[in-house]
Each structure stands twice: as structure tokens, then as C-alpha cells.
Design a protein around this ligand. Structure first.
Ligand SMILES: C[S@@+](CC[C@H](N)C(=O)[O-])C[C@H]1O[C@@H](n2cnc3c(N)ncnc32)[C@H](O)[C@@H]1O
Length: 226
């Protein structure tokens, strides 16, 4: 199925973008600039047709991590149209990795997306699947159409890389972090998207950095190594 977003829907995404910019954490951006040398000055977005909020550098970070991932599975909380899903799956594909990659999303949108999701038929699932298939990545992804807390018992293996990008409300981010933490293997990576959102930032501020062997920031992704 081909889904073409009309102009109005695109405008709505740009509005979300504006809202996010009001919560901008300049400090996070300053730290992020230290990591820019890791990437090309103008990196190419491999998935320009897949709409989302992930920047190309953030996508490259997910891709590099997935290419290097050791034993264990990858879990993504919050897929939307599949932008981050595509970057992670591409990393697994290029290195011929056999790690399972679970992409968890009920595909009904977070609170701030409800109006938009209604306009695309009440679900983002079809666009998500269309995007994965369009890039021949569907065989690298195991979609789980549930809320993260409903999916917790579906994943039986240790997690090497957990990407948290579901609801950005403080209680929800905290719940995702606390509930999934024990499933992440020692040495595994937990990455949070949208570190400039109030709820996400609050959870990150509460984390004691001394408990982790490494942490870093790539634009609006903050990651920690367990
Ligand atoms: C910011 S979007 C994800 C963006 C996506 N990672 C990308 O790169 O485009 C947030 C998504 O999280 C989903 N979501 C909200 N609460 C969730 C939960 N508790 N578990 C899983 N997904 C959730 C929403 O349905 C929405 O699709």
C-alpha cells in the first residue's frame, strides 16, 4: 500500500518539530557538538522518504551501534513510521547480523500525536510496514504491536541495545527505563531519544552517571552503557 502524505499532514509534523524546539536544552547540544567529528560533515540520509524526527546523525549513530552490536537482541520502544527502525535494521543487514530486533509500538501514537494519527486512519502501522518493505528491511525486524509494558514478557533474551523513543511523558519514560533495565545485559547500551523533552530530560537528570561505565550524547540522543 502506498501512503502519500498531503501537505496539511506534513505541516502538522513541522508543528511538532516547533514544539520540541521550545524545550531545547542548549547544554545537550553543546556536548553533542563534540561528537560531530565522528561523522561526515553532511551525512546522507539513507531514508529521506521515511518521515520522523530523527536527524541523520542520530540515525547514523543507531546504524553504527547496530553494526557493532555483540550477542543479544535489539529492542526499540516507539517506531512511528519506522525511521529509527530502518537505520537499526540497515546496520544489522550490512553486517549480516543474526540478532533479533524487536520494534515495539501499538501504532496509535503518543498523546501529542493523536490528532495526526486520526488523519492517517487511526494507526501508523501500515505506513511503518510500507516503509520497511520499501527499503527491503522487513526481514530484519520483529514488530510487536503493543505498549512497551505489555511486551515485556515477549522478550526472553538479553538485550544488547535498548532504544527508548516511546511516550515522552516523565512517568512513561521512567517506567520504560526501570522496567526494561534488568533485561539489558552488562555492557549493553540504553539510548534515549529526545533528551530535550522535559519528561525525558528529567529521567536523564535523575540517572547517576557514576553507575555507568560510559555515557554520551549525539544530538538529542543520550546513551549509557550498563
Ligand atoms: C516519537 S515517536 C517514535 C519515533 C520513531 N522512533 C522514529 O524514529 O521516527 C513515538 C512513538 O511511540 C509510540 N508509543 C507511545 N507510547 C508507547 C509505549 N508505551 N510503548 C511503545 N510505543 C509507544 C507511539 O505510538 C509513537 O509511534
Amino acid at each position: 500500500m502506498v501512503v502519500v502524505l498531503d501537505e496539511n499532514k506534513c505541516v502538522e509534523i513541522i508543528d511538532f518539530e516547533k514544539k520540541r524546539k521550545t524545550h531545547l536544552d542548549l547544554n545537550a547540544y553543546e556536548i553533542a557538538s563534540e561528537y560531530h567529528h565522528l561523522f561526515e560533515p553532511n551525512p546522507k540520509d539513507l531514508f529521506p522518504d521515511v518521515e520522523g524526527w530523527l536527524t541523520t546523525k542520530e540515525g547514523l549513530f543507531l546504524y553504527e551501534l547496530s553494526k557493532k552490536v555483540g550477542s543479544g537482541c535489539i529492542v526499540e520502544i516507539g517506531s512511528w513510521f519506522g525511521k529509527s527502525t530502518c537505520w537499526i535494521a540497515q546496520g544489522l543487514k550490512e553486517n549480516n547480523k543474526k540478532n533479533n530486533f524487536y520494534a515495539i509500538d501499538p501504532h496509535i501514537g503518543s498523546n501529542e500525536h493523536k490528532k495526526f494519527v486520526k488523519k492517517v486512519g487511526g494507526t501508523t502501522n501500515e505506513i511503518f510496514l510500507h516503509n520497511l518493505c520499501g527499503h527491503h528491511l522487513e526481514k530484519y525486524v520483529i514488530p510487536i504491536k503493543k505498549m512497551s509494558w505489555e511486551a515485556i514478557n515477549d522478550i526472553k533474551e538479553p538485550i544488547a541495545f535498548l532504544f527508548i523513543d516511546g511516550s515522552h511523558e516523565y512517568e512513561d519514560v521512567k517506567k520504560d527505563f526501570e522496567q526494561w533495565f534488568s533485561k539489558v545485559k552488562i555492557g549493553g547500551i540504553i539510548a534515549f531519544h529526545d533528551n530535550n523533552w522535559v519528561g525525558v530530560k528529567k529521567v536523564l537528570d535523575e540517572i547517576d552517571r557514576n553507575d555507568y561505565s560510559e555515557m554520551g550524547i549525539i544530538e538529542t540522543i543520550t546513551w549509557i552503557k550498563k
